[in-house]
Design a protein around this ligand. Structure first.
Ligand SMILES: Cc1cc2nc3c(=O)[nH]c(=O)nc-3n(C[C@H](O)[C@H](O)[C@H](O)COP(=O)(O)OP(=O)(O)OC[C@H]3O[C@@H](n4cnc5c(N)ncnc54)[C@H](O)[C@@H]3O)c2cc1C
Length: 303
């Protein structure tokens, strides 16, 4: 219930203005690496120094004008140039609504194609995050469209809370895809998504095993100990090479677990978001864990 309330509160304008204004004080920077590219690069260097790769995310979603969507695509291209110039180990993860998906599917396709082309110039990679289920078909169509054009340095994401994801995974396998498996972060209805954690977790394991066996590359994106232990046992039993998967976690979430996996010789990539539009992202992180809400309340109380 708290999760639903927090995800609902993400659309509350006065609350948004209040928390955004006091963001630093309310602990948003625990999950967000600052508002500028320079602050972000410092966070990437620090992650790289700890043996971790980075997936860079420019915060924001659902832009409403073509110009704004094109500007976001240019920002991603600039980021990719900067990664190459600074020789940091980071790729990008973007949201198609940030590139204009809700305005026009072809616009989002053109924008993500431009970012992928710039990434290819630098030998780099672009992952398309998965958003609300209303966008799943369009997102997967764009992924297929890119692959049909011969764009191979792109990957998609499947959410284990959606009933449809197993069918989506099976349909994508002929493309030899690079997929990130997540549980899913949005508020979805019982008509499309499992509500019980144990069903979401069981489906995660099913998707994970399928993808590890038959996909090109699997990003195991979770902080869940039981699933991570299962994945480690599975890749060892099935002799799946370490070049065929990596663990992914969010910036600021379970840093000791991140380091422990690096110490065991696994590839770990940290999703590091930055930018001024951090409010919806922050609210989703709070919704994932009651302890994070206590952390927010304590920050508010201390002033
Ligand atoms: C790299 C990455 C990329 C993602 N991309 C997407 C995407 O494209 N689309 C999408 O819908 N979702 C995405 N997510 C979010 C994902 O769907 C989940 O909402 C999120 O990862 C929490 O689920 P979990 O797998 O960690 O398991 P949970 O069962 O939620 O958590 C397992 C344990 O991890 C810890 N934990 C989890 N979340 C937090 C937190 N916020 N703060 C502190 N501790 C926490 C707790 O100890 C918890 O008990 C992504 C997640 C990661 C790690």
């Amino acid at each position: 219930m708290m999760r639903a309330a927090l995800l609902g509160a993400a659309g509350n304008q006065p609350l948004q203005r209040f928390i955004t204004h006091h963001g630093r004080r309310f602990g948003a920077y625990r999950f967000v690496a600052g508002e500028t590219l320079d602050e972000f690069i410092a966070a990437v260097r620090s992650a790289n120094a700890r043996g971790m790769r980075v997936a860079a995310g420019l915060l924001g979603e659902d832009v409403r004008s073509r110009d704004a969507a094109a500007a976001v695509a240019r920002e991603y291209c600039d980021m990719l140039d900067r990664f190459a110039l600074d020789r940091v180990d980071a790729n990008v993860a973007l949201k198609l609504t940030h590139l204009g998906l809700t305005i026009d599917r072809d616009l989002a396709l053109a924008n993500v194609a431009a970012v992928a082309a710039r990434a290819a110039e630098h030998g780099n990679f672009v992952r398309m995050d998965m958003e609300q289920s209303a966008h799943t078909d369009a997102t997967l169509d764009i992924y297929r469209g890119l692959r049909a054009r011969g764009v191979d340095n792109v990957g998609a994401v499947l959410q284990s809370y959606l009933y449809r994801s197993e069918a989506d995974l099976l349909a994508l396998l002929p493309l030899n895809p690079s997929l990130r498996i997540v549980k899913g972060a949005y508020l979805e209805s019982a008509s499309v998504a499992y509500a019980r954690k144990r069903d979401v977790d069981a489906n995660y394991v099913k998707l994970l095993e399928l993808c590890l066996h038959r996909g090109r590359f699997t990003a195991i994106a979770t902080h869940d100990d039981a699933i991570i232990d299962h994945a480690v046992g599975f890749v060892e039993r099935e002799s799946i090479g370490r070049d065929r998967f990596e663990f992914q976690m969010l910036y600021g979430v379970r840093p000791k677990l991140q380091s422990a996996l690096v110490a065991r010789g696994f590839d770990v990539r940290i999703a590091v978001p930055f930018g001024s539009q951090w409010y919806p992202y922050f609210m989703r992180r709070l919704a994932e864990r009651p302890a994070n809400v206590l952390f927010l309340l304590r920050s508010m109380w201390r002033g």
